[in-house]
Design a protein around this ligand. Structure first.
Ligand code: BGC
Length: 807
């Protein structure tokens, strides 16, 4: 294992689905899991190909009612390629003796290698070498190259290369009672001797998907044209052909595919485009040239370099960080800019959470903002295009403005499921997670952060401001005035901690005065007023006319932003929600000794006929999200605005209090906790950081990563290095730096894009060096330790860090 390769050197059937998710290849337009090409979906393998934003809805009869879910559709399997020697069994890793095995994900070039030496039952020894890519330059192309060497035998090998549309959605066991057949056949035919075409259509969203596959054959590098047979069904098409090999010879089969859909731009018809693209495509080696150039360019922007005191571990951690960046860029890339797709919490890597878009954007965008903000902009537009649906949702629920859904898919309707299965008890339980209205604050936050980094006033004026204002309006309408307390309150919501969705024994779901929600609502209202002040006069007038926004409404926002209620208990502890202090303490020790890590305490308790609603226990950071998002200075300002006292001392108290009561049932949790500890407990922060780093590669939740990576945590671990340990803040048109590296980190090096400038940053224990690429635009305003500096194109600033305490 080096810092650019994820390597597996043995075949482990139990880990295969995890590896498929981790070895997924993609280009932002589509992704294909790292499944063995010869495999079909079964207990060991799950081949899956997913299109960014490729959703379909299906209904299922469930306990006397009809429920509807919108899924990310598993597309026809283009990878399908297998062989058999002398009419024996088709190749299956579990039926041969594996003599050596190596699977390598090359992060630098975006290539997946598979090298196997095996002996079959007849003692024939063969070597199988495969390489595959999903093209980063031409988003429609992918390729698989397979070589088979006859080491100690001569004879005939039969090959089968297929486009397999007989697939269903079956990656998540919990969903297995739900309807899962999304595709219907349109067309399956041979185009020419080496090319097949399969066209299918989703049965509700009517998304037409065309795949064309060109299979070329070489023996010892000489092109062969063996006669081919075609196997054709409505939803499956394959070619078979035979090659004779002499001992020591190698057969090379090169499969290049093109994938188009009816939603692509600049096309006549998806099938035609797929055929043309595949006919025009070069061979594997030629495709690799441009593909690796694109990866090289992406890495130039996105790579980071980190050195740790412990060299060996450092290289592994560096590899994992790169793996995280790699999967981010395969989920969203420059190709995303032309798509109407959001960023899914689990990548386009599996079917968990159905490819839906959550608040996880909050953890993902900062990395994009400071590297390729064009991608953030397009992802924000995914939300902007769904503003109408969000307005309708607010109206239907009796509110004003725009209420974005907790889970979003095709058209921005609420896609959260109504019931979910507890696999531990087998019970279907009402799912109230849609009450996480805080997703709206995250969207406004994301618009504002994008603007802070880019200074893109045009975007703010024409798109961003409208979202922020409509979300502000929604928050205002959600509040209720408590005349006795002279405070505004928000009732019936859920915070980020999904363990609590109601008061114990309450008939109705929802909690009151969730601290995170209330404070974020205040922030949105303040932000909305700031945006109005920022907008050029004519645009402000236009927007106010369109939205019918008058001064008295803005005054009302101002009042709410000064009189929102927060609830406290004990020794300056900000209550997660009103009444939190009345809940029972959980006996963590007993549960941990019985169930180990208790990450899914909710499932354990429900299976016991109990509920987390009764206890002071959290799935993930809730109150502590505030310390993740805001600096102490900003929080103080918000508290002062509300007329609540704020003492810096209360921060560590709150962190300690909630950290002791959190099970980290979401991978986002370690990221947030590592962040909030970074200044007060550097060792604790680093330990949690390492846990967050290993969450997917080790599948620490025990079975969730095979269903899709956790993109929020992946991006969060990379962002934590820059915005937390280096202390990069982009606020008020100023770039602030406040490094505080954990003891274990000796050097950190990265590049940033900020307001059109390219900056190189190098930090060691002794020094921080900042270079600005030559670029004749406005100088960057920078603050380090309360000292203001200006950084112009070509400038280098150096700061001595020796003896500087973290602050
Ligand atoms: C977490 C949410 C998150 C979702 C998708 C859940 O387990 O609790 O905060 O948005 O996963 O990643």
């Amino acid at each position: 294992m080096n810092s650019w390769s994820l390597v597996y050197d043995s075949f482990d059937p139990e880990k295969e689905k995890l590896r498929e998710a981790l070895c997924t290849l993609g280009n932002g337009y589509f992704c294909t899991r790292g499944a063995a090409p010869e495999s079909d979906a079964n207990e060991v393998h799950y081949p899956g190909t997913y299109l960014a934003g490729g959703y379909n809805r299906l209904q299922t009869q469930m306990a006397g009612r009809v429920i509807e879910n919108e899924d990310l559709v598993n597309l026809p399997n283009w990878l399908s390629l297998t062989f058999r020697i002398h009419g024996g069994e088709w190749f299956d890793m579990q039926k041969v003796k594996i003599l050596s095995y190596r699977q390598t994900l090359d992060l630098k070039q975006g290539l997946l290698h598979r090298n196997i030496r095996f002996a079959d039952a007849q003692g024939r020894i063969s070597r199988l070498d495969q390489r595959r890519l999903v093209h980063m330059g031409n988003r429609h192309l992918a390729a698989l190259e397979t070589s088979l060497v006859a080491e100690n035998w001569s004879g005939e090998v039969e090959w089968r290369s297929a486009l397999d549309g007989q697939v269903v959605n079956d990656n998540v066991e919990r969903y297995s009672d739900l309807a899962n057949r999304h595709l219907e056949p349109l067309e399956a035919r041979s185009i020419d001797a080496e090319t097949l075409l399969l066209k299918m259509c989703t049965n509700q969203s009517r998304l037409e998907i065309a795949q064309a596959a060109r299979t070329r054959v070489y023996v010892d590098d000489t092109r062969h044209n063996p006669p081919r047979n075609t196997l054709r069904k409505d939803d499956f098409i394959a070619q078979t052909f035979k090659l004779s090999l002499q001992q020591g010879q190698s057969a090379r089969v090169e499969k290049v595919i093109a994938l188009y859909t009816c939603r692509d731009e600049a096309i006549a018809e998806s099938g035609l485009e797929a055929q043309t693209a595949v006919a025009r495509a070069g061979g594997f080696e030629e495709l690799l040239g441009d593909h690796s150039l694109r990866w090289h360019q992406l890495w130039r922007r996105f790579d980071m370099n980190l050195e740790e005191a412990n060299g060996d571990k450092g290289a592994t951690n560096m590899m994992i960080l790169r793996l995280h960046i790699f999967h981010l860029l395969q989920t969203v890339s420059p190709h995303t800019i032309h798509l109407d797709a959001g960023v899914p919490s689990r990548g386009w890597h599996g079917e968990a959470y159905r490819g839906h878009i959550f608040w996880d954007e909050l953890f993902i965008f900062p990395l994009l903002n400071l590297r390729m903000p064009e991608i953030t902009r397009t992802l924000l537009n995914y939300r902007y295009r769904r503003l109408g649906e969000a307005r309708a949702a607010a109206r239907e629920a009796g509110f004003d403005g725009a209420m974005y859904p907790w889970q979003s898919g095709s058209n921005g309707r609420e896609e959260s499921q109504k019931v979910h299965l507890n696999p531990q008890s087998g019970n279907w339980i009402p799912d109230n997670s849609r009450l996480q209205r805080h997703v709206n604050a995250a969207i406004a936050w994301n618009v504002w952060q994008y603007f802070q980094v880019t200074d893109d006033l045009e975007y703010l004026s024409f798109f961003g401001a409208e979202m922020i204002l409509e979300i502000a309006r929604f928050w205002a309408s959600l509040t209720t005035w408590n005349a006795k307390l002279e405070r505004y309150e928000i009732f019936g919501v859920m915070g980020p901690d999904e363990y609590h969705d109601a008061y114990p024994a309450a008939e109705r779901p929802g909690l009151d005065n969730n601290a995170y929600t209330n404070l974020m609502a205040v922030w949105v209202l303040v932000c909305a007023m700031e945006v109005l002040d920022l907008l050029p006069g004519d645009r402000r007038q236009e927007l106010c006319e369109i939205l019918d926004l008058k001064q008295d409404e803005i005054d009302h926002w101002d009042h709410i932003s000064r009189r929102m209620r927060l609830v406290f208990h004990g020794d300056d502890i900000l209550s997660q929600f009103e009444g939190y202090d009345k809940l029972e303490e959980l006996d963590w020790e007993t549960y941990r000794s019985k169930h180990g890590k208790v990450m899914r305490l909710d499932r354990i308790l429900e299976a016991e006929g109990d509920s987390p609603n009764r206890y002071k226990c959290s799935k993930q950071a809730d109150v502590l999200m505030l310390f993740y998002l805001f600096s102490a200075e900003e929080l103080k300002a918000l508290f002062q605005r509300l007329g609540y006292p704020f003492d810096y001392e209360t921060i560590p108290k709150n962190i300690e209090y909630y950290l002791a009561r959190t099970s980290h049932g979401s991978t986002l949790s370690q990221v947030v906790h590592s962040w909030v500890l970074s200044r007060s407990d550097r060792k604790g922060s680093w330990d949690l950081y390492l846990e967050a780093l290993r969450a997917d590669i080790d599948d620490i939740q025990g079975g969730t990563t095979p269903e899709g990576i956790h993109l929020g945590a992946m991006a969060g671990t990379v962002d934590l290095l820059q915005r937390c340990y280096i202390g990069i803040e982009t606020r008020g048109g100023v770039l602030r730096l406040n490094p505080c590296l954990p003891q274990e980190l000796t050097r950190l090096c990265l590049q940033l894009h900020y307001r059109g400038q390219l900056l190189t940053l190098q930090i060691t224990k002794e020094k921080m060096r900042l270079t600005c690429q030559i670029c004749e635009i406005e100088p960057i305003q920078l603050i380090y330790r309360d000292q203001q500096h200006q950084l112009r194109g070509g400038d280098t600033l150096e700061f001595d860090l020796v003896g500087k305490e973290c602050s």
